[in-house]
Design a protein around this ligand. Structure first.
Ligand code: NAD
Length: 255
């Protein structure tokens, strides 16, 4: 197959930038998409001009924009779209009984879950034509365990995990495998937005990390990028419908 194209959503954020960099390094042409045009410019500055890196402004919540963007990517980069990383996401923080919680919940579910539906629908059709594809969904351990103050976020990620398993069933016969990664706590802007900084400053962070994460550190975007790249380049389609927790062993840490 000629040069393969990987689509990364939310590519200008913490994980997205590391995933784009890693996929470029293993030889993919990367369509880095994001809602935020200015952040995409900063991404290009950070990664350096690269003939295999192209940026596209795309709001994952807008199905028409996603369809148009898929067509624009195929037109400018070619039709060999074989990898989709559904990474765009937002975090909503708020007690579930709070008044604004319903509006916030809709936004979170719209981006994190409906956005992945829109992109999977648009880009998997390209993969179906090739009878080859790898779709990788960035979920969260919150989708496995729930999260106090993040009910909508946890629900969106649990939904994404079940959607991954359903797409794995639907698309498996077309040689398109679908997997999900459930990251634990990683240092990005998103985490800064979720954590109450005053409360955070009053605790001994290093002590907490050591007590709940067996490897003794929070994650970094490169941890997630490593596994995304493995899943993208994995030759076998037998790795399908799998959910990989990437949490440094946090789920067993408190024991
Ligand atoms: N950081 C963590 O600890 C953590 C843990 C588990 C899961 N995740 C998940 O990983 C993914 C990436 O998170 P991150 O930490 O890099 O966050 P981030 O805030 O650094 O990046 C998210 C990116 O998504 C983009 N985005 C937001 N809404 C969008 C929309 N409607 N359309 C297109 N792009 C949009 C933002 O502009 C931003 O560039 C998210 O799905 C998040 O839920 C993060």
């Amino acid at each position: 197959m000629k040069r393969q194209i990987a689509i990364v959503t939310g590519a200008a954020g913490g994980f997205g930038a590391a995933i784009s960099k890693s996929l470029l390094e293993v030889g993919y042409a990367v369509a880095a998409t994001d809602l935020d045009a200015a952040k995409l410019e900063r991404l290009v500055q950070r990664l350096g001009a690269h003939e295999d890196l192209k940026t596209f402004v795309m709001d994952v919540t807008d199905p028409d924009q996603v369809e148009q963007c898929a067509a624009a990517i195929a037109e400018s980069m070619g039709p060999n779209i074989t990898v989709l990383v559904n990474n765009a996401g937002i975090i909503g923080r708020g007690f579930s009984l709070a008044e604004k919680s319903v509006l916030l919940s809709r936004q979170v579910i719209d981006v994190n879950l409906t956005g992945a539906f829109n992109c999977t629908s648009a880009f998997s059709r390209h993969m179906a034509r090739l009878k080859y594809g790898r779709i990788i969904n960035i979920a969260s351990v919150a989708g496995l365990w729930g999260a106090a103050g993040g009910a909508a976020y946890a629900a969106s990620k649990a939904g994404l995990i079940k959607a991954s398993e359903s797409w794995a069933r639907e698309l498996g016969p077309l040689n398109i495998s679908v997997t999900a990664i459930a990251p634990g706590i990683c240092k990005t802007e998103m985490l800064d937005r979720f954590v109450d900084s005053e409360a955070a400053m009053s605790v001994d962070e290093a002590k907490i990390v050591k007590s709940i994460v067996p490897v003794g550190r929070w994650g970094v975007p490169e941890d997630i990028a490593e596994v995304v790249t493995f899943l993208a380049t994995c030759k076998t389609n037998y790795l399908n419908a799998t959910v990989i927790p990437m949490d440094g062993g946090m789920r067993v840490g408190t024991l």
